[in-house]
Design a protein around this ligand. Structure first.
Ligand SMILES: [Zn+2]
Ligand SMILES: [Zn+2]
Length: 421
């Protein structure tokens, strides 16, 4: 029979193999723990949403909506795999009248997002984001606390040297003023901008400020800071955020060229970055979005949120802490049988250990003791427990520490006590 063709995962859609799971779990479980400490509650929304949600929520002229969405038409309906979660969380809050039930909500999510990015550039098309959304307050202390929470998250997973960049892009009123300033300033040099920025000039001129191309960077460097064009209300809001971060001892830098890629942001925008990642150094991005709830049919409600990219975060961790940062040992004890007569005893002993909360495994193929020891090594077992007819008769078993080679003969209940210490 001809060998069947292998089927591969879709391009840019990764499998997360068992070896990568400890790190993945560390990032996800830390989110549940740390966000819980700050009073955030988890929410889960569907992977698909009405396409109109993203067009209206993220903005028609953003890169994401223009070219990166997976959209499917079914009869009269158009649905899209979510490219980000903020619009989804707001949609859910509006649909279920959450803000009528309670004026202020702190929500978080963990889950996959989908964008049709170029896989040849190493970008993924399915990737997990971890994020929070605080809905229902325009108070600058919420901005400050959200930024502090993002920094606390990275500290909790063991990632040091995370840089917090902060800016304010004002309200739509401030932005109209600033947009005109930039249009005039860049007009004469449009031919020198990269292709993307030439089209950004018309549809989203602020994105020229954070373009990574050298030519665009040089032109953007001449732009005056957005801060100088904030009206009084936006300016004093920004000053308050800054003062509160200082008060809390949270380090940050003001980055005049930080604009973020979504249309919904107002006032505070921030990014957390890690220098080990090179030019694309962002591991978390967020900001305030005071108009989105109303734009999606809800009440006027100020909101702040951020999203953490699990892929760049894992990379930053590996770059600094090393790959073994979160290597959990999946098997603490390997239960080895000296012959086939004691297989059932092995099953019983393995179960006893597992019931006591000790991860344990054993051989399923009637292999020799030597082969079983090799398996124990491969699995990274911390101990082996050898079971033979004599041991079963005496009710005492040899527990061997795999790294030191130290051996001890103990009754099963004492082994449990020893390992649970
Ligand atoms: Zn303003
Ligand atoms: Zn550019």
């Amino acid at each position: 029979m001809a060998k069947a063709r292998k089927i591969r995962a879709p391009r840019g859609m990764p499998d997360i193999l068992p070896e990568a799971m400890p790190l993945t779990r560390l990032m996800e479980e830390t989110a549940h723990r740390v966000f819980g400490l700050y009073g955030f509650e988890e929410i889960r929304t569907p992977l698909f949403e009405d396409t109109a949600l993203f067009k209206r929520g993220i903005g028609e002229s953003t890169d994401i909506v223009e070219k990166e969405m997976y959209t499917f038409v079914e009869g009269e309906d158009s649905i899209t795999l979510r490219p980000e979660a903020t619009a989804c969380v707001v949609r859910a809050a509006v649909e279920h009248d959450l803000l009528k039930k309670r004026g202020f909500w702190k929500l978080y999510y963990v889950g996959p997002m989908f964008r049709k990015e170029r896989p040849q550039a190493g970008r993924l098309r399915q990737f997990v984001q971890i994020g929070v959304e605080a809905l229902g307050s325009a108070d600058p202390s919420v901005d400050a606390e959200t930024i502090i929470l993002a920094a606390a998250y990275f500290k909790a997973i063991g990632l040091d040297n995370v840089k917090v960049k902060l800016n304010s892009i004002g309200c739509p009123g401030c932005r109209t003023t600033y947009r005109n300033v930039l249009k005039e300033l860049f007009n004469g040099r449009r031919a020198n901008l990269c292709e993307d920025c030439r089209s950004r000039y018309e549809r989203n001129i602020f994105r020229i400020l954070d373009c990574k191309q050298d030519a665009c960077k040089a032109i953007a460097a001449e732009a005056p800071p957005m801060r100088e064009y904030l009206d009084d209300a936006c300016s004093s809001h920004f000053e308050d955020v800054i003062a509160m971060l200082r008060e809390a001892g949270q380090e940050f830098v003001i980055d005049d060229h930080l604009v973020r890629g979504f249309d919904y942001y107002t006032r505070t925008v921030f990014e957390l970055a890690h220098s080990s990642l090179g030019a694309r150094d962002a591991i978390c991005g967020g900001g305030r979005y005071d108009n989105l709830v109303a734009e999606l049919g809800g009440p006027d409600a100020g909101c702040v949120g951020f999203a953490i990219g699990v892929v760049p975060t894992a990379l930053a961790l590996k770059n600094t802490v090393g790959a073994c940062a979160a290597t959990a040992v999946p098997v603490a004890v390997y239960v080895a049988a000296v012959n086939n007569d004691v297989r059932r005893d092995c099953l019983r002993i393995t179960e006893t250990l597992r019931h006591a909360g000790i991860s344990a495994d054993r051989d399923y193929e009637n292999r020799s003791l030597k082969a079983q020891m090799r398996s124990a090594n491969r699995l990274g077992a911390r101990y082996t427990l050898v079971v033979g007819p004599d041991e079963v008769a005496a009710g005492a078993f040899k527990l061997k520490h795999m790294e030191t080679g130290e051996e001890e003969t103990l009754a099963l209940e004492n082994i449990v006590k020893r390992l649970c210490k």
